[in-house]
Design a protein around this ligand. Sequence first.
Ligand code: CP3
Length: 333
Amino acid sequence: MTPIQSCILEKNKHVRPIWIMRQAGRYLPEFRSLRKKNKNFIKLCLNEKIVPEITLQPLKRFDLDAAIIFSDILMIPFGLNQKVTFTKDLGPDLSNIKLEEILEASTERFINKLKPVYESIKTTSKNKILINKDLIGFVGAPWTLLVYMINNVSPKKGLKKKFFKRKNEFKDFLEIIDKFTKLHILYQIKNGATIIQIFDSWAGLVQEKDLEELVYIPTKRIVEYVQSLKVPVICFPRGIKNYKKFTSYVMPDALSIDYEVNPKKILEEIQIPVQGGLNPKVLLGDKDLIKKEALKYTNIFKNHPYIFNLGHGVLPETDPNMVEYLVKFIKNN
Ligand code: CP3
């Protein structure tokens, strides 16, 4: 069993696996040079030759316990025929989509459009570098996908008025997203993904009274589906207040926490394995700071199954030497 599987499934407190969100990304010069030649991000995610290479770039440098497939949560709207573009520094931009259009979306067409993603997973999973390591597949949580699909852009500065105007469509949208998310998960697993992570980056935007309908129930349906395929599932609901309630309702196999979560409080509140937490900004500091902050997490979770990770993606301005220092520090302590 891989270290991460042992941590999650056997509740093994003695393994201390590590992987890093956005570990294949702009902080790596070898990624930037490929990215420069591939300006269209969606096309890059569909490039069967380059995706396995990018996915494994960080594993060639660092002793990580998992690769995460280089893709994006917005590949699902793309598969549903919504236009998705990424402009430098502005983030994703999605075209307007009507409910009727996605109600008609065909599963064959979706699978065909995303076939290169699955082929890349298959190729990556066969690489010897992944022996005794996991290949993480992922999806966005239904709510977070709904946000991007209807709001068109990141809700960093809040959701648009027009988002709330379409509230009566949420239920139907979530139903379709559920169907295609499950399909996307099935094909990732069939082709070699050994763990699924669900990213709910915008869970924190939902009011307490709507959490059950918009976050808990849709996420639980996806969690149960992954578990029915006998694959562990990690949830990363960013910005929610009540992790105890989330965990007891949704029942993922592990919970990934962001850097605003108090790790001591999490330890008191939940029993399942925990992942992450370290503020990505710590990696912009010196080695003493990295050591001190990493120790904070390993000490708090020393008697709890814990996967070391950050509390959000590694920042593009990070020095890869500092990532190397962190990985070595975790592996040797
Ligand atoms: O973690 C990994 O290394 C795997 C790959 C991965 C990407 N996106 C690649 C990516 C994963 C797991 C994601 C998830 C994702 N994508 C989320 C959930 C996590 C989170 O960040 O909250 C979200 C909300 C998205 C949508 C998305 N994709 C945004 C908002 C952006 C722009 C922000 C940015 O960092 O530029 C992207 C682009 C994106 N996805 C990049 C990468 C490496 C940067 C693209 C580039 O090279 O310009």
